[in-house]
Unconditional design. Structure first.
Lengths: 318, 288
């Protein structure tokens, strides 16, 4: 029995299976599928932010800016040039990655709350730019996005999103294990020590922002395609705070942690929607309680099930 | 000229809010993102005293500030005290959670309709040269100045200031020297909360009173604090004033809707040139 509980592969398989049969479990209900898609988008964003915060030790309170940028990149490019989706999604990531240099380059010199405020300013600026650059973004009206013919069905596109989420999860878990991931952790633990072992701190810090923005941009693109519409207020400062909350509540420097946090924070509004104004209170209380009593995040409950030698993940605070 | 003077005046309010942030950070090493929401609650309390209980302005002002200090103490005692030794990121996210809770509860109690809030001193503006200025604005600047001076002198010369500086440097050593560190931290939270509350009450007449009123003020106060270096009390006020004037100039000459974007550019430029802020002092790097 214990063997089965410890089997990581089995869990992964079960989760993938669940994701694949989900539309049939809820009878193709549009509401639940949208909820699931929102969760997937937040899972990608939270994993990307976790790369930055959990592994790299850099704080960002502006992830929503990257989501917006990705969404707008898809909307504008598909509108103006009619590029196909399989070019547009990676392109949205690349464009967001380039935009992230605005914040990634100065971030090399900043740390702690200075970085928090700078990224917060970035997250606040993107909606304002989207609102006021009317020739490009159509301001308040937003832009509608058409899905290509062969993906116009919700079910088909649902699988595109699930597939993308899984692929990104796989890529991120590999980045973390690669030399680059180790460099991130080294920078988090001590910049001086990292530098003295020959890690190019400035380069890796910028790379962290670019990679994180790349995946978040793709998530934004998926959002635009699924809901068929982008507007300046889709992702505001509160979204940035929520994504940061997901990472910390789920568990820093842990991919399952990011997934748990994202799913939890997507589900809470679903249950509290009936009471206006309760959503933020419940999420806020959840954040406060977790940090006060379980500062390693929810994922640390899972670690108890495992035996210590299997726990080979890179752990630690920032 | 008028633009610069109005910018200066609103800048002093940002400076006041920034002062509260810096004071809490400097003493307890916690960056308080919930500061703006705490100030918003204080402003609402003063509004309740003022309109529903019909008290005169200055009585309700003082009562609201007493409430603010108690609120700050409560937040410290109930929540912050327990995470004093957590990593900075956790503390930061915790105050973000607090921000959500306070904002949500205030929304439940007071609703989401904006209300108008009276000025401290009503009266027609005076004309000095080409500049119009109201008594209320003079009162605001004066109050900020007095508070700033008071806290600066206290921090520098009084015993409580010395205790605060000692506790921020090394809690263990401070405790060994007979300083009750938790009392010092508690008073930092109380004072920080009061300063934020004053800033909130000063801002309320300009923008309508509602639950999101302090969001922009908080962000601009943060910008001010960061520009000032985050550890320097005069720096916080100077940074706040810079942000206020700059924001007003941008609104007038470029576009009022884009002021956040330009403020962001200002932050990035200043921090890129001087990562520790204008009055941040030398940059310390933690050794391995």
């Amino acid at each position: 029995m214990k063997k089965i509980l410890e089997n990581k592969k089995l869990y992964q398989l079960l989760i993938i299976l669940f994701m694949l049969v989900f539309p049939f479990l809820v009878g193709n209900s549009g509401y639940f599928m949208s909820l699931f898609v929102t969760a997937c988008i937040f899972i990608i964003s939270a994993m990307a932010l976790n790369l930055l915060v959990g592994y790299g030790g850099q704080i960002s309170v502006g992830q929503a800016g990257f989501l917006s940028a990705g969404g707008y990149a898809v909307a504008i490019l598909s509108h103006k040039f009619g590029l196909p989706i399989w070019i547009l999604l990676p392109l949205a990531g690349v464009i967001t990655g380039i935009i992230s240099l605005v914040i990634g380059l100065p971030a090399v010199r900043l740390r702690g709350h200075f970085l928090a405020v700078a990224t917060m300013g970035f997250g606040l600026s993107i909606p304002q730019i989207a609102l006021n650059w009317e020739s490009l973004t159509r301001g308040y009206n937003g832009i509608s996005v058409m899905r290509p013919q062969w993906l116009s069905g919700d079910l088909a596109f649902f699988y595109v999103i699930v597939g993308t989420t899984l692929v990104i999860a796989w890529i991120i878990s590999n980045i973390v294990k690669s030399g680059m991931g180790r460099a991130f952790v080294a920078i988090r633990d001590s910049e001086i020590a990292a530098q003295s072992t020959g890690i190019h701190v400035a380069f890796y810090k910028t790379m962290m922002f670019v990679i994180s923005a790349f995946f978040t941009g793709i998530a934004g693109g998926l959002y635009a395609y699924w809901f068929g519409y982008v507007s300046p207020q889709d992702f505001n400062i509160l979204t940035s705070l929520l994504i940061l909350g997901m990472v910390v509540v789920g568990g820093l420097a842990s991919i399952p942690g990011a997934v748990i946090g994202a799913v939890l924070f997507t589900l809470i509004p679903h249950f509290t929607d009936k009471f206006i104004g309760m959503t933020n209170i419940i999420i806020g209380i959840a954040i406060i309680l977790i940090i006060m009593y379980r500062s390693e995040g929810i994922v640390s409950f899972l670690d108890r099930l495992k035996s210590p030698e299997q726990d080979d993940q890179v752990k630690g605070g920032v | 000229m008028q633009i610069i003077v109005s910018g200066l005046i609103i800048g002093f309010v940002y400076g006041l809010a920034a002062l509260g942030l810096v004071l809490i950070y400097k003493t307890t090493d916690i960056v308080n993102f919930a500061q703006g929401e705490m100030a918003m609650v204080t402003t609402f309390m003063s509004f309740v005293f003022l309109t529903q209980l019909g008290m005169p302005y200055f009585v309700s002002f003082l009562l609201a500030l007493i409430f603010a200090s108690l609120f700050g103490i409560a937040v410290y005692q109930m929540i912050m005290k327990r995470v004093q030794d957590s990593p900075p990121l956790n503390q930061m996210v915790l105050t973000l959670g607090l921000f959500l809770v306070i904002n949500g509860i205030a929304g439940l109690i007071w609703g989401y309709h904006p209300r108008s809030y009276p000025e401290a001193i009503a009266g027609d503006p005076y004309q000095i040269g080409t500049v119009f200025i109201t008594l209320n604005e003079i009162f605001m600047v004066g109050l900020t100045f007095i508070l700033m001076l008071f806290f600066f002198l206290n921090f520098r010369y009084a015993k409580i200031g010395l205790a605060m500086r000692a506790s921020s440097q090394d809690t263990v050593a401070a405790e060994l020297m007979g300083i009750k560190v938790s009392h010092v931290f508690m008073s930092a939270w109380a004072i920080g909360s009061v300063l934020g509350g004053v800033a909130g009450i000063m801002t309320a007449p300009f923008i309508f009173l509602n639950t999101t009123m302090m969001m922009d003020v908080l962000i601009l106060a943060f910008a001010g604090a960061v520009i000032g270096g985050f550890v320097s009390l005069p720096g916080a006020v100077i940074g706040g004033v810079i942000v206020g004037v700059y924001e007003n100039l941008v609104s007038y000459y470029i576009a009022p809707e884009l002021k956040m974007v330009y403020t962001f550019i200002l932050i990035i430029v200043i921090l890129y040139v001087r990562p520790q802020g204008i009055l941040g002092g030398p940059k310390f790097v933690k050794k391995v």
